[in-house]
Write a protein of this length. Structure first.
Lengths: 238, 240
């Protein structure tokens, strides 16, 4: 493990500059779009290493370069600010269980939280939900913050191979193969939660079926328009 | 066909400048009013031709004069940035089916998306809804993005003679005999849907009758005043 660490670039290295910039932008986007409040965090895997960078016990909307931290997948401190987020095992345990995953977001989104405690599931009724399965995201039932590796492993097990897990009375964890994808999924999960809430006030809406979701996924593209748009909003252009 | 193409003004001609600016303004208005997010697009027919202008795979709120494309009704690029929106057939197929239509808006409006999956229709309950049919706008029921002519033709068939079609689990397409009218209708569709949503939460609202709707529709006025208003809201945001 110690040998591995020699291969891990420093958090302020030129090599990681673009990735850490993107991580901070992503935090600011979730804040600006009203998905995070004073809590929540996003992580990004250090390419080719068993390490990740996340925010060092600071609100996503307040993150700055000197408040980033790098840890290994056992939570050992590697570099940067010395105060890991309380719930670092959310990131380390999911990144360990899912080698293809590059980024994890954890939020206390109002819309995830509400569906985490309702008997009815948050299901795709718009193609923005095409990354979900027809019966909606699974639920991690455990109560309490995810501050131990044991709980982190339980959470990763509840997530399974999916893109999202809701945390009961708590919020969500969303994963993706890039920071941009995680932001798209996290913002869309919140939109869908709101839209499900609105629709359910009228009775049972017409959901997308598994077959219909496949049709949308066959149209799969990942345009960077969404990211560009959210960045433009951060810059106060709109 | 060749004759009409040769009469289409060049993309960079002075003749199209005003129309392009109006298209950008329309996009920014929809963004400012919270109707579009990162997605959606507006098109405008080049008057007297079988060509239209739309935004080149950019969010409506981020649209600029440098990010426009001109297409013919078969999707062939006639000028501008050659990255048409993925769903260009929404525009091409509707403009082809409806020669009187000058402009088409496609959005993922929260309110259209909502009524697109509800079992009750979006019935008119406010004067702003006078452009809608009495039973509410038709719903295009199929899943999938409108990435092909075949799907575009099916969407135009659902729209038929209406001013708006809801697209199930997707959003809406709204048309107008001018760009201003299409934008205004898109905003009003969202407004009326929100009203209907709130009203239905209280029980069955008092909807407009067919006769009442006909009375209001006879009062059609050109939407110059609301256009001025919405444009002022966009400009307010951009001023220091």
């Amino acid at each position: 493990m110690a040998a591995d660490r020699k291969d891990v670039p420093k958090i302020d290295s030129a090599e990681l500059k673009e990735l850490t910039e993107k991580l901070m932008t992503a935090c600011h986007i979730l804040d600006h779009e009203g998905v995070t409040d004073g809590y929540g965090h996003i992580s990004v895997r250090v390419p080719g290493a068993d390490a990740f960078v996340t925010i060092a016990n600071v609100s996503p909307g307040c993150v700055t370069r000197d408040r980033l931290i790098m840890q290994d997948l056992d939570g050992n401190y590697l570099d940067g600010a010395k105060t890991p987020p309380n719930e670092w095992p959310i990131h380390s345990c999911i990144l360990k269980a899912r080698p293809e995953i590059v980024s994890v977001a954890h939020t206390h989104s109002k819309w995830s939280t509400i569906f985490s405690v309702l008997p009815i599931k948050l299901k795709p009724m718009h193609h923005y939900g095409k990354f979900l399965s027809a019966d909606g995201p699974p639920l991690y039932e455990g109560i309490g913050l995810v501050r131990t590796v044991e709980r982190g492993n339980e959470l990763a097990a509840a997530l399974g191979n999916g893109p999202v897990v809701l945390l009961r009375a708590h919020g969500d964890a969303v994963v993706g193969e890039s920071v941009e994808q995680v932001i798209e999924r996290t913002t869309r999960l919140a939109m869908l939660g709101e839209w499900n809430h609105l629709a359910l006030l009228h009775g049972e809406p017409r959901y997308l079926t598994a077959e219909e979701l496949e049709v949308y996924n066959a149209d799969q593209r990942f345009p960077m328009r969404g990211w560009e748009y959210y960045v433009s909003r951060l810059e106060g252009k709109r | 066909m060749a004759a009409s193409e040769s009469s289409t003004p060049a993309f960079d001609s002075i003749e199209l400048q005003e129309l392009k600016q109006k298209l950008i303004d329309g996009c920014h208005i929809l963004d400012r009013e919270g109707i579009t997010d990162g997605f959606g697009h507006v098109s405008v027919r080049v008057p007297g031709t079988e060509a239209f202008l739309t935004i080149a795979n950019v969010s409506p709120g981020c649209a600029t004069l440098e990010r426009l494309v001109m297409l013919d009704l078969n999707g062939k690029c006639l000028g501008g940035i050659n990255v048409p929106p993925y769903e260009w057939p929404i525009h091409a197929c509707i403009l082809k089916a409806r020669p009187e239509v000058m402009s088409v808006c496609h959005t993922h409006s929260k309110w259209s998306s909502l009524f697109s999956v509800l079992k009750g229709g979006l019935r008119p309950l406010h004067v702003y809804a006078r452009f809608l049919p009495i039973a509410g706008p038709p719903v295009y029921p199929a899943a999938g993005l409108i990435g092909t002519i075949e799907r575009g033709v099916a969407l135009a068939a659902s729209l038929k003679d209406s001013a708006a079609v809801l697209m199930r689990a997707h959003g809406d397409a709204v048309v107008g005999t001018s760009l201003e009218e299409a934008i205004l209708r898109t905003i009003r569709l969202a407004f009326v849907s929100e009203l209907a949503h709130m009203a239905v939460a209280h029980g069955e609202p008092l909807y407009m009758s067919e006769e009442e709707l006909a009375t209001f529709s006879a009062d059609q006025a050109f939407p110059a005043r609301p256009w001025e208003y919405y444009l002022s809201r966009v400009q307010e945001r951009h001023s220091p």
